[in-house]
Design a protein. Structure first.
Length: 202
């Protein structure tokens, strides 16, 4: 239910952005007095990872991410990303954790609110490589998995210069795989990340 609500909110935000994009068709650049940067960008992000784990086996963890994108026009961008998440299992599992390396592809609609502030929303697909490490009562076990997934996100870029911006973003990822072992319930692999970072335009 949480992921459906989040995706619906993103879609609702994308609707007015699409209307603005249509009104601004043919306009590119940063407006009066705003220097134009390049059409490409590199973003580096870090933040918190909150697993979508209804069984509550996983603690909150951390997130590291990067993205290489291209601004097709002032209101639409495409990007390729690299996401890494880490989360420990709860105290019942000694030295046990899950890591996921994701390669998402995202389409973004961008709404410029001022010369210094852009907000955006987007969605896309990805491929996710998950590694499990377990240590329970002296018994060690590891496993690997590769799964497809979908994601939705929203965020903002706050200009610090024509070629650099502070980025804040919230992303929900739904990975199409549940890891299931006989000794506990399904462990859902998706979750929410909240991050802050820097974006460089070139």
């Amino acid at each position: 239910m949480k992921k459906l609500i989040f995706i619906l909110v993103v879609l609702m935000l994308m609707a007015p952005m699409t209307a603005v994009m249509a009104r601004n068709a043919g306009h590119w650049g940063y407006g009066s007095g705003r220097d134009r940067a390049g059409d490409n960008y590199l973003a580096l992000k870090f933040g918190a990872y909150m697993p979508d784990d209804e069984a509550d086996y996983l603690d909150n963890g951390y997130y590291l991410g990067g993205a290489l994108g291209h601004n097709v026009n002032r209101n639409f961008a495409l990007e390729f990303g690299l996401d890494y998440t880490y989360a420990d299992f709860d105290d019942y599992f000694d030295d046990s954790y899950v890591t996921t390396l994701g390669i998402p592809v995202t389409a973004k609609i961008v709404l410029p609110l001022s010369e210094q502030l852009d907000v955006y929303a987007g969605a896309g697909l990805g491929l996710y490589f998950t590694n499990y490490e377990f240590d329970v009562d002296g018994y060690s076990y590891d496993d690997h998995d590769t799964s497809p997934g979908v994601h939705a996100l929203m965020g903002a870029d706050i200009r610090m210069s024509p070629n650099a911006a502070l980025n804040v973003e919230v992303k929900y990822t739904d990975i199409n795989e549940d890891f299931d072992e006989d000794y506990y319930d399904d462990l859902e692999l998706g979750g929410t990340t909240a991050s802050i970072g820097l974006k460089f335009m070139f």
